[in-house]
Every structure is written in structure tokens, then in C-alpha cells.
Design a protein around this ligand. Structure first.
Ligand code: ADP
Ligand code: MG
Length: 685
């Protein structure tokens, strides 16, 4: 079997299952093997009921003295019974598992695995997984992979497919021995095996180390290549300064901060010096990057050219669009903007395409799809990406095919120190907006347990009475999602708040599963102040700007990475009034409270992410993702920060000493050639 082929060729994967895999972005066996587990489960020896309380998951051997009772409630089949471990009893409940009727017989013992809870004077276990001793022993002593899944796909299906793919070929080693020795790396084939099915914790760490190395190494090689490509690239759109930008700056209700001014000068110089701009603007949340993008767009359109602004979400794209439209109107700016997102209808899209082609539209704002689609630009001179995505050579080439060589500007709020940014974005010039607007008041934080909620609701009511607005964040969309119980969800919480808060306070919900049109309407109503309290998932994490919102209350804060909480918190404290962030911890475990308190101590996203990792320790390496802009598959810029400068030097030496051209590096060169597309396409980084 070849290394990369359609997954449908694997046994047991038919069209239907293949479609599910496709939903996760897995089309080939190669994609499958690179779909690394999200975490691992250790199947520990069974325990007594009382010992399992407090564990996230536990296995108990239970004797069933009597048969289960089954009843139907509307479409739901519910099975209830009692199990005994000889000392204690536990009440067991199954939902929609009718086939267990014949499997569970009175007078027998089974292993039940799930979350044990104590309440109302007895022990409970809902929807446990069932094992025979034989099945359980097979899993014991081996770490079981848990994958990111989609409805209809189980860990077991993915693991079986992975195992088959692994068994049918061995990946060829492409790193020369000298590098593997220098960094003490295991072979690639072994690493891929062990990342999916680790023998023990040490082999898991070794596998991870190798794969992390590869990711950074290939990435930094690509960055170097991009640098060469981009350097001194003459633009097809040289521009001249115009009076418009100065005029806009005069009319704005605020003055640019010193940092904004400095960065704006750098951006302007890039645009008028005849070479392609290729710049990253970094600045913490709220530092005011959007206005810099607008200024660049203004210079572009006043030079008779077109500009595009890409955002990672439709929400953010619409927000930028609204903001640009209102500025255009208010200040009489020469923008003719269009919004291009997935939810624009086919007919409207065709019309916009035509307007873009004919130059009737001079600013295109949208999601990333907009550059991949068949848009023909008349004179696309500037492409800005806001948050998250950076540009690969491929994308630049795609754009060049659409017109000439455009200027590229990337804006990011990823908190990484300058020294790392210079390496990771080595192909770009770097500007840092290292100053917040002067009118900002630092956000006040508190970390509390669920018993504080009533007080929080009073506080929220008071703030709304003062004309302010509130975000409430929940980790889940709807009840019972992903089988995670005990976590707050947006749908139920929204209902609860509507009932709990005074009737004239308008509560709305927002989550990723809503239709794009609905999302946009809710966000607009919130932006306009009609909605007072917005109960949302983390969809609002990126870029959303409603300066009048002064309170954020985050439920189950313990479930989020601290860096992500920091990003979320960045949604408030954007105006001149005092803002408040209330982290509600769903557990009163001491560690989880301590962890959240790091957020009180610092406003530095990188520091926060690193402290978080330190606290969680090596046992939790694969736990919560820090969710920042740079999402590698397995490498983590916070956790693996020390490696980056070192690998960067290795890459530099390889290239400057011409070693990459030598015999030993033949397999690597071949690998790079075959995977050129993958390794320089930075779509998600
Ligand atoms: P980010 O850098 O996170 O993208 P934004 O560009 O969304 O931040 O700016 C946050 C808020 O700060 C916006 O409401 C914007 O109008 C405002 N703002 C930007 N620059 C200044 C400034 N120099 N003085 C006061 N407010 C500013
Ligand atoms: Mg922004």
C-alpha cells in the first residue's frame, strides 16, 4: 500500500464513514496518521465504588442482584438498575441503549466504566461503558487514544483505521542521522506508531518530541524559503501618499497612541517604497490594530487600487464591514466596500464578483474563502489578514495569478515575545503595537465558585441599569453535548438568565451552531445595545469589539486554557469605563482555583500560558490546548518555546553551509519536494 491513499481503501471504511472522516479534514491515510490523539485514557485497575468518587472516570466491578428495568419516555429508552461491589450499591442508568436489555442479566457481574457521583444519599453512574474482564484486560496497561471526533464517529473506529494504516506501510525516515542524534529523536515510523498507541508514558513523550521537532523544523525551513521569495519582491502596485489618511486621522474621535503612530509610519513606508509589503503587526487585544488596517486600505483605494481584508470568522468579517461602512458614511471616505462570506447568497455573490471585477467595489471584506473562490480582481493591491491566519507562498502565488504581486499585511494578537515572533515570522517584517490607548482602565478580575452566582446576577443587573452590557460565556452549546455533564451550556443558561434577570433586560444567545445570518443579527443587536446580556460560547473570542460591554462572566472557567481566557477577557476593557471579569469555577478543587488566579496576577498572555503549563505539569501535556493563533498540529509555541530558537539555528546552518544539498539530506529533499504543498501552506498558522 502507498503511504498516501484514499481512506476509503481501508477495510471497514465505506462511503458513509469516509464522509465522517472527511468532516474532520481526513481524506487520505496520511491525513489519518497525522490526526494525532487529543488526549489519552489510562484504563486503570477497577476500584471500589467509594474510591472512584471524585475521579473523572473510574471502573468498578458490579454484581447485578436483579434485572434492569426498562421504560420508554417519548423517544427515549431508559434502563435503570442497581449494582453492588460487595460493600456499596450504585444506581445505574442507561439512555437509549435498548440492546443492553439482553446483555445484562441478573446474577452476573460486569465492569462498568464512567463517572461515579454521590448525591441524595446514594451513588450514581449514568451511561457507563460496559466491559467483560477480557475486553478490559486488553486495554489495561496501554494508553488509549482519544481523538477529536464528529457525531457518528467513535474513538474505536478511528483507532482501528489508524492501526490498519500503520500496519500496511512504514513511513520512510527523512531526517539524517546527524540531526536525529543531535536532538535525540526517535525514528519517524516509530514516533507515529507511539503517538497513536503508546506503549507507556515515556514512549509517548519520545514520540511527541520527534513530531514536535519535525513540525517546527519543516515550518522554519518553509519560513526561510518564504523569506528568500519575499525579499525585495517588487510590487506591481507602487503607491503614493495621499491626503486622505491624514484627513481621517484628523476626524477620528481619538488620537493614535504613540505605538499606533510609529506602526502607521512603518506601514505607510512599506506601501510607498515600491517593494511588496510583507509585514506582521502584533499587538495585544485592544491595542487598536483595526484602525491601522483601515488606514492602509484607505491609502490603497485613494491610489485607485483594491484591498481585501480577511477575517477568520464571519462574525468578525461582518463587524469589520459594518465599522468600515459607518466610517465611510460619517467621514465621506472613498471606500466602496463589499462583504463576501459563506452566507452571502449565490445571486448576491455573483453581483459582488462582477462589481469587484469591474472595480465598482474597492474594498472586499470577508472570510478566507474569499481568496480561494473564483474572484477576479481588477487591481488587488493589498491583502490584510486579521487574526490567526498567515500567508503561505502558495496563497501569495494564487493571488499573483489573480492580478499582480500584492502587498501583504498580517495582524495578530497572539501573545508571543518578540524574540520568538522574529523567528516564527522570520519571513516578514515585524511591527509591534506595544501600548494600549490611554483611556483604558485595567480590568478587575475575580475567581469565585458557583455559590457566588446570585451576587453576580445582582451585579450584572446593576451594570445594565447603568447602560452597560454583559457577556456570559459557557463551554457547551446545548444540553448533553459530547456527553459532558455538569458543564453549563448556552441554550439552557440563556433560558435560565431570561427568567432570573428582570424582564426588561434583554438576554440573547450566540453559538457556532446557529445559522450565520442569525449569528450576525444577534451580534448586530448586541453591538447596537439592544441586547444587554449575551450568553455565548467562545465564538466571540476573536476580535469582536463592543466597547460598551464592561462585564464578562465565564462559567466553568476551569475548562478553558488560561491563554484562551485571556483572549476572552480581551473583549472587555475596551472603553473608558471600569470593566469586570468574573471567572466562575465549576469545581472548588484548590488547584483549579489557584490556576485561575494566575489571571489576576498578569495581563501578559505569554506569561499566562507558560504559568498554566507549569502548574499543570507533565501529566497533563495533552490536556487543554492554549488556543492561540499559532496552532500547530502537535507542537505548542508555549510549551515548546525553548526548542524554537535552537531549531532555527540548525535550519540556518543547514542552508548557509550548503548541507541540505549533500547526499545525506537526499531523503529530506525528496520529502520536501513531495510535500512542498503541505509544508509551505500556512493556512492554519
Ligand atoms: P485590536 O487591536 O484588538 O484589534 P481594536 O482595533 O478592535 O483592537 O480596537 C479596540 C477599540 O479601541 C476600538 O473600539 C477602537 O475604536 C479603539 N481605539 C483604537 N485606537 C484608539 C486610540 N488611539 N484611542 C482610543 N481608542 C482607540
Ligand atoms: Mg482586532
Amino acid at each position: 500500500m502507498k503511504y498516501s491513499q484514499d481512506i476509503i481503501k481501508l477495510k471497514g471504511i465505506g462511503e458513509k464513514t469516509a464522509k465522517l472522516f472527511n468532516r474532520l479534514g481526513i481524506y487520505t491515510t496520511e491525513d489519518l496518521l497525522r490526526h494525532y490523539p487529543r488526549s489519552y485514557q489510562a484504563f486503570k485497575p477497577p476500584v471500589k465504588i467509594a474510591e472512584g468518587i471524585g475521579e473523572d472516570v473510574a471502573t468498578v466491578e458490579l454484581f447485578l442482584p436483579a434485572a434492569f428495568k426498562w421504560k420508554k419516555v417519548r423517544n427515549l429508552t431508559i434502563g435503570t438498575g442497581v449494582g453492588s461491589d460487595g460493600t456499596d450499591n450504585v444506581s445505574l442508568t442507561f439512555f437509549n441503549m435498548p440492546y443492553l436489555k439482553n446483555k445484562l442479566t441478573a446474577g452476573s457481574s460486569y465492569l462498568f466504566r464512567g463517572k461515579l457521583k454521590a448525591g441524595q444519599g446514594q451513588y450514581h453512574m449514568d451511561q457507563p461503558k460496559l466491559f467483560t474482564w477480557k475486553e478490559y484486560e486488553e486495554r489495561m496497561g496501554r494508553l488509549q487514544p482519544c481523538y477529536s471526533l464528529t457525531a457518528g464517529l467513535t474513538d474505536r473506529t478511528v483507532a482501528r483505521a489508524v492501526e490498519q494504516a500503520l500496519n500496511s506501510f512504514e513511513e520512510e525516515e527523512y531526517l539524517p542521522e546527524e540531526i536525529r542524534e543531535e536532538y535525540a529523536l526517535t525514528g519517524i515510523a516509530q514516533a507515529v506508531w507511539q503517538i497513536h498507541f503508546p506503549k507507556d508514558y515515556d514512549s509517548l513523550l519520545a514520540a511527541r518530541k520527534r513530531l514536535v521537532f519535525d513540525e517546527f523544523f519543516l515550518f522554519l525551513l518553509a519560513v526561510r524559503k518564504m523569506k528568500e521569495y519575499n525579499e525585495e519582491l517588487a510590487t506591481d502596485y507602487p503607491m503614493m501618499e495621499t491626503a486622505w489618511t491624514g484627513r481621517l486621522l484628523e476626524m477620528l474621535p481619538y488620537k493614535l497612541t504613540g505605538a499606533q503612530k510609529r506602526v502607521w509610519e512603518e506601514l505607510k513606508a512599506d506601501l510607498v517604497n515600491g517593494r511588496c509589503m510583507n509585514r506582521l503587526v502584533q499587538g495585544d487585544v485592544g491595542s487598536g490594530k483595526t484602525i491601522l488596517a483601515f488606514l492602509c486600505l484607505l491609502l490603497t483605494v485613494s491610489n485607485g487600487c483594491q484591498g481585501a481584508l480577511m477575517a477568520p470568522t464571519e462574525l468578525l468579517a461582518s463587524q469589520h464591514f459594518e465599522q468600515l461602512c459607518s466610517m465611510t458614511e460619517k467621514y465621506g471616505l472613498p471606500f466602496k466596500p463589499a462583504l463576501l462570506t459563506g452566507s452571502v447568497g449565490a445571486a448576491a455573490k455573483r453581483k459582488i464578483y462582477k462589481q469587484i471585477e469591474e472595480g465598482e467595489v474597492n474594498v472586499i471584506i470577508g472570510t478566507h474563502a474569499l481568496i480561494q473562490e473564483k474572484v477576479v480582481y481588477q487591481k488587488l493591491a493589498l491583502v490584510i489578514t486579521d487574526e490567526q491566519h498567515r500567508f503561505g507562498v502558495r496563497q501569495r502565488e494564487i493571488l499573483s495569478e489573480k492580478g499582480g504581486k500584492a502587498h501583504v499585511l498580517v495582524m495578530s494578537a497572539t501573545p508571543i515575545p518578540r524574540t520568538l515572533a522574529i523567528i516564527l515570522y522570520g519571513d516578514m517584517h515585524l511591527s509591534v503595537v506595544d501600548e494600549l490607548p490611554a483611556n483604558r482602565v485595567p480590568v478587575k478580575n475575580c475567581v469565585v465558585g458557583t455559590s457566588y452566582r446570585e451576587k453576580a446576577y445582582e451585579f450584572i443587573t446593576k451594570q445594565v441599569r447603568m447602560g452597560k452590557q454583559v457577556y456570559v460565556i459557557c463551554p457547551m452549546v446545548g444540553a448533553g453535548e459530547e456527553g459532558e455533564d455538569g458543564l453549563e451550556n448556552v441554550v439552557d443558561y440563556g433560558e435560565k438568565l431570561k427568567n432570573r434577570l428582570p424582564a426588561d433586560i434583554c438576554v440573547e444567545i450566540l453559538h457556532g451552531k446557529m445559522r450565520p445570518g442569525d449569528k450576525k443579527r444577534v451580534m448586530e443587536a448586541f453591538g447596537a445595545g439592544y441586547v444587554h446580556v449575551l450568553v455565548s460560547t467562545t465564538v466571540i473570542e476573536v476580535g469582536i469589539n463592543v466597547p460598551n460591554a464592561t462585564v464578562m462572566m465565564i462559567e466553568n472557567a476551569e475548562r478553558f486554557g488560561l491563554a484562551q481566557l485571556h483572549q476572552l477577557r480581551g473583549r472587555i476593557g475596551r472603553g473608558k469605563d471600569q470593566s469586570y471579569c468574573i471567572f466562575i469555577s465549576g469545581t472548588d478543587k484548590e488547584e483549579s482555583m489557584e490556576r485561575l488566579k494566575i489571571l489576576n496576577r498578569s495581563n501578559d498572555g505569554f506569561y499566562i500560558a507558560r504559568e498554566d503549563l507549569k502548574l499543570r505539569g507533565p501529566g497533563d501535556l495533552f490536556g487543554i490546548r492554549q488556543s492561540g493563533a499559532m496552532e500547530f498540529r502537535i507542537a505548542d509555541i508555549y510549551q515548546d518555546a525553548e526548542l524554537i530558537p535552537k531549531i532555527s539555528i540548525t535550519v540556518e546552518h543547514l542552508l548557509t553551509q550548503g548541507r541540505l544539498e549533500t547526499e545525506k539530506y537526499g531523503p529530506l529533499r525528496r520529502y520536501l519536494n513531495e510535500n512542498a504543498g503541505n509544508y509551505i501552506d500556512f493556512r492554519s498558522i
